[in-house]
Design a protein around this ligand. Structure first.
Ligand code: 6PG
Length: 259
């Protein structure tokens, strides 16, 4: 089943970051209404930091049931948590250390050891978490992703063998900026999520946003995130949307090969 893509262009970067922060609030509320815990995965890089900082402030700090939250990473650079390139380290600075999250609810990627066994360890942690939720499949309530100028998302880079991994939930890859070993979630997880939000801001993203939302065939890594039972939203600021003829046109163009 093909899911529709919802493209949302906000009037400013701040508005896009706020809408992204609100998506977690909504997700947390509906998940908590079901009485269960909330499983989310976030990304690194510069774009989401403004959103992460909003989570540590009102209304999000008190309105989101952080004590029910299980926080994972869509990818991580295998550097020490205190290193400036650590996605977990940045998240601690931006919101985790400021919120009443239970340590058992925070699931950073292990970073000391050989990349392959670290990827396997993170897969085991994911499997244990979803087993605890009575699920055999990795069904995140929300995954927030970014996109690189080359069309990568998480640490799924163009040409990487990890793109073809459809059984394992994680993979060890080397690449990106900074060019380091990383652990990334695979499509086996990204395409099982209930909701995926791509957050892209700034003129440096305009060309890739246009390609991802209009190019056919959909062979860029970010284009292959199509949750089979989930929703995808592209949340953009005006600069990132600048090369889109019209968001609606782009959504339609992404649905079928050009006539
Ligand atoms: C990472 C990210 C990566 C990121 C994009 C966009 O750890 O590098 O998860 O996938 O989302 O590279 O990064 P920026 O937001 O910094 O442009």
């Amino acid at each position: 089943m093909n899911t529709g893509i919802d493209i949302r262009v906000e009037r400013s970067t701040e508005a896009a970051l706020k809408t992204a922060a609100d998506v977690l609030l909504e997700t947390a509320r509906s998940a908590a209404a079901g009485g269960g815990c909330i499983s989310i995965a976030i990304s690194g890089g510069s774009t989401p930091r403004g959103m992460h900082r909003l989570w540590a402030r009102s209304p999000y700090a008190s309105a989101i049931a952080w004590d029910r939250m299980h926080l994972f990473w869509a990818d991580e650079r295998l550097v020490p948590y205190a290193h400036p390139d650590s996605n977990f380290g940045e998240a601690c600075t931006d919101f985790i250390d400021k919120l009443a999250m239970r340590p058992t609810g925070v699931h950073p990627v292990p970073v000391a050891g050989d990349p392959e066994s670290l990827a396997q360890r993170y897969e085991e942690e994911l499997r244990a978490h979803f087993r605890m939720r009575g699920l055999a499949e990795p069904v995140f309530d929300l995954i927030i992703l970014g996109v690189g100028a080359d069309g990568h998302t998480a640490s799924l880079f163009p040409g990487s063998p990890a793109l073809e991994e459809c059984r394992r939930w994680t993979a060890a890859v080397k690449g990106g900026q900074p060019e380091v070993w990383r652990v990334t979630l695979t499509y086996a997880v990204l395409n099982r999520a209930r909701r995926v939000v791509f957050l892209a801001c700034g003129a440096s993203k305009a060309a890739v946003v246009r390609r991802v939302l209009t190019a056919w065939p959909p062979d860029l890594p970010a284009q292959r995130v199509r949750p089979q039972d989930g929703r995808v939203m592209w949340l953009l600021d005006p600069a990132a949307a600048a090369l889109l003829e019209s968001p609606v046109g782009a959504a339609a163009a992404n649905e079928k090969p050009p006539s």
